[in-house]
Design a protein around this ligand. Sequence first.
Ligand SMILES: Nc1nc2c(ncn2[C@@H]2O[C@H](COP(=O)(O)OP(=O)(O)O)[C@@H](O)[C@H]2O)c(=O)[nH]1
Ligand SMILES: [Mg+2]
Length: 446
Amino acid sequence: MSFYGDNARIAALATPAGTSALAVIRCSGNGSIEAVRTIFSASKRLITVPSHSLVHGWIEYHGEKIDEVLLSVFHAHRSYTGEESIEISCHGGRATVQAILNVLHTVGFREALPGEFTFRAFINGKIDLIKAESVMELVSAQTDQARRRAVHRLSGSLEQPLKQLSNRIIQILAAVEIQLDYPEDELDSTVQAVDSTELNDIIRELEQLAESYPYEKLYHEGAFVVIAGSPNAGKSSLFNRLINEERSLVSAIPGTTRDWIESGYSVEGIPVRLADTAGLHSTQNEVERLGIERSYELLEKADCIIYLIDGLQGFSETDRQFLKTEKYSNVIPLWNKVDVAPAQQFKGISAKTGVGIPELGKTLASLLTNGTVYAEERVGIATERQKLCIDQSLKSLYLVRDTPDTALELVAPLLREALHAIGELTGTVSTEHLLEVMFSRFCVGK
Ligand SMILES: Nc1nc2c(ncn2[C@@H]2O[C@H](COP(=O)(O)OP(=O)(O)O)[C@@H](O)[C@H]2O)c(=O)[nH]1
Ligand SMILES: [Mg+2]
């Protein structure tokens, strides 16, 4: 059983909808090969080729040729989903793709739901939950750093340490179970049931995993950075320079930018949405005033604010007000136009010549990451679900840590909960494993 409801044959376009040279339609489920055979010109070849073969031919329906295609054939247990699968490489026009999908529906494929192929891969034991999530991460990775981090997880970097942690909890649990099962006089009462050094060690490792979450999330989901300042401070110039494109209007006339503009770029591998805003000051102009209201709304949402001072003008009243308020965290104040006006305060930059721009990238990255630098190889968790599982496990272990040795019977269920949470993280909760370890390591019965 799965929450997707059934194990029907499913099909869906795996490449973006639109016009392209080629498109790939993925089909999966028991009997896929037989079903596609009925609508394929080289039908005999299709059912006789070994797994991982390419078969060339036509998709045909009631004698009508629909498209010339190349089929990649995967036998059961040897595909991404673990089921019999076919990938149809066809021509990329919308009409072609739709026509093939329609024909597939007539031979018993239904439209796949989002993530259903990967879900099946999990159900069929092809990947664990972390890998399933890494696949999603990989698909949506916006920067090379994000991609590399996702690949790291996909290749199993997280499973190994989690497995080790589980095994270590199992050892503690096994020791506790034995203490509970045997009368006190048969056991050495000087031995502590729960090895607290080991327990604290495990807790520390799980805490480190939990701490990696905001960092990994940043690379995955990115940050929102807003450029603000008085009119004419050079916000639009800086915006254009950072995104490396002449997107925002630059002019010597104050109040040029009214609506805000947004663009994506990468800061030291962190995907950033950067917004250029209307200059902050008091004005009678209705349109400009509305723009300024929007600027303030954006400031509320920003993960970081780059606040520019117009070096040629020095501090305006609005600048003073802004820099005084403690409402916003993560503000980087900068003195712009150092090419013509040396900085009197703050770091100097020139949006015009590029002075100070590389340093700005570094400052921004270190502010967004709170100064932490995790090596790429360092294991981290990347989804809310993973974080919740770790937190759950920690919660139980904290209770174990705080339970006195005299209440040992309370400890075993807590340890099981901690294990269960880690098991949920990878999707492999198993009590059989626990029994195995208990019996192999502690065969007291003889
Ligand atoms: N000399 C100099 N002029 C700049 C610099 N940055 C912006 N400007 C000029 O300042 C004026 C206002 O720039 P703009 O980017 O439109 O400012 P905004 O109103 O804050 O968006 C324009 O004439 C720019 O050419 C800089 O670093 N040095
Ligand atoms: Mg502007």
